[in-house]
Design a protein around this ligand. Structure first.
Ligand SMILES: Cc1cc2nc3c(=O)[nH]c(=O)nc-3n(C[C@H](O)[C@H](O)[C@H](O)COP(=O)(O)O)c2cc1C
Length: 193
């Protein structure tokens, strides 16, 4: 197995969230591919407050222990899969807040997006997230995975066995992610030299 590391960021923090089931599927499926080490990064474990750093993250002067802990987690990975629900046509506030907390740790990395929601399967959240990722110098891969709470969940709450086309989409996304995450290592090395 390569030493590439992919962090699966679970973007929903609310009690009763269905996102954990989706993130677990991404983790299981990624791990079964054997092409990288996949880990779950659960935002709920980080207990980040509303952004409380006096200096913008782009300057890299983190004062708070929770920021330093979050930064050291994000720094460990070559790429990410953002697992995001759609809240009011966008991504959840806690996910945006967590993204805003750090900067350099995101730069020149790659990301895929797995979204879920009602009528449009979280597509609007995914598209908003893509806008944000560009600002962080994260290269988001083309392939999305879009899950509907109406058809891919039982009673909007229990994630069903994913349909074959979702598994194909996830595989394609991870193929693209692993390729770009590996390639961007040399960009980071050049930037650090
Ligand atoms: C505050 C809030 C806003 C929501 N807004 C939307 C929305 O705009 N579009 C949509 O398709 N679903 C929307 N939903 C439904 C969620 O996508 C759905 O409840 C999903 O299960 C939430 O993910 P979670 O359970 O992991 O938190 C919203 C849910 C919440 C809690």
């Amino acid at each position: 197995m390569s030493d590439l590391r992919i962090g699966i960021i679970l973007g929903s923090t609310r009690p009763g969230r269905v996102g954990a089931q989706v993130a677990e599927w991404v983790l299981r499926h990624g791990t079964s591919r054997g092409d990288a080490r996949y880990d779950l990064i659960d935002l709920a474990d980080y207990d980040l407050p509303h952004l409380d750093e006096a200096v913008p993250a782009i300057r890299g002067e983190y004062a708070k222990d929770h920021t330093k802990r979050w930064a050291s987690t994000i720094a460990e990975y070559d790429g990410y899969v953002f697992v995001t629900p759609e809240y009011n046509r966008s991504l959840p506030g806690p996910l945006k807040n967590a993204i805003d907390f750090v900067y350099a740790e995101w730069n020149n990395k790659a990301a895929g997006i797995v979204s879920y929601g009602g009528v449009v399967s979280g597509a609007r959240a995914a598209e908003h997230l893509r806008l944000i990722l560009g600002e962080l110098q994260i290269a988001d891969v083309r392939q999305g995975v879009l899950l509907s709470t109406v058809t891919d969940f039982e009673n909007y709450t229990v994630f069903k066995e994913p349909a074959p086309w979702h598994v194909e989409s996830l595989d394609l996304q991870l193929d693209q992610l692993v390729t770009w995450a590996g390639a961007l290592r040399s960009v980071r090395a050049a930037a650090a030299a």
